[in-house]
Design a protein around this ligand. Structure first.
Ligand SMILES: [Zn+2]
Length: 124
C-alpha cells in the first residue's frame, strides 16, 4: 500500500505544481494542524480555503483517489500513512516520527518528549 500511496502523492504534487505553482507547499501554512483526513486542514483546504474548492480548482472530484488527496472508502485505515507521506513531502526537514505509531507530523505539533528524546504524537 505504501508504494501505491507514494505514487498517488507524487501525482498530487505534480498537479499542484501545474495548477498552483512550484511554491504550492509554502501555502500550507498551518503545519501544526495539518491532517490529510480533514476537510478543513488537509493540503487542499490549507491552499484553497476548503477541500471542495481545492478539488474544483484542480478539476478533480472526490472519486479521483489517484492524487492522494483522499482515500477510497475501503482504504480508510491508511489515512495515517497518507498523512505521513504528505508531511515528509511538504516538510522534508521539519517533521518528526512518533515512536509509538510511526506516523510523521510537523515538528511544531504538541509532541510528548521522552527522556531518551524519542517523541510521542498527541494521537497516541
Ligand atoms: Zn503516534
Amino acid at each position: 500500500m505504501e508504494q501505491e500511496l507514494r505514487e498517488r502523492v507524487t501525482r498530487g504534487v505534480a498537479l499542484l505544481e501545474e495548477k498552483v505553482g512550484s511554491d504550492w507547499s509554502d501555502q500550507v501554512d498551518h503545519p501544526e494542524r495539518f491532517d490529510i483526513g480533514s476537510d478543513s486542514d488537509c493540503v487542499l483546504a490549507q491552499i484553497f480555503g476548503d477541500y471542495e474548492s481545492g478539488m474544483e480548482c484542480l478539476g478533480i472530484s472526490v472519486v479521483d483517489v489517484e492524487y492522494g488527496f483522499t482515500l477510497g472508502y475501503k482504504e480508510r485505515d491508511h489515512f495515517g500513512l497518507l498523512n505521513s507521506l504528505w508531511v515528509e513531502t511538504i516538510w522534508p526537514n521539519d517533521h518528526e516520527t512518533c515512536s509509538a505509531c510511526g506516523e510523521k507530523h510537523h515538528k511544531s505539533i504538541d509532541w510528548y518528549r521522552e527522556e531518551d528524546f524519542s517523541v510521542i504524537c498527541p494521537n497516541c
